[in-house]
Design a protein. Structure first.
Length: 72
């Protein structure tokens, strides 16, 4: 598995490197994954804007990545 996603990982990087994590982000209201702002916004910043604790979102994203890796 590649490096784990952290709170500082940019949304754009997550979507590019781990498209399987997009459903997690969409499910909490991050519907603008491809917008220009997401390319420079960290996961922590995006989580806070959407009213979530960054550590909870980081955990959910990494779990989705791990599930995907285990299935493939």
């Amino acid at each position: 598995m590649s490096e784990k996603v952290t709170a500082e990982t940019l949304i754009g990087q997550i979507v590019r490197e781990h498209p399987e994590a997009a459903n997690v982000l969409l499910s909490i209201g991050m519907h603008c994954l491809g917008c220009p702002a997401s390319q420079m916004e960290s996961l922590a910043e995006a989580a806070q804007v959407h009213g979530y604790q960054p550590e909870d979102v980081v955990k959910a994203v990494n779990e989705a990545i791990e599930r995907h890796a285990a299935e493939n």
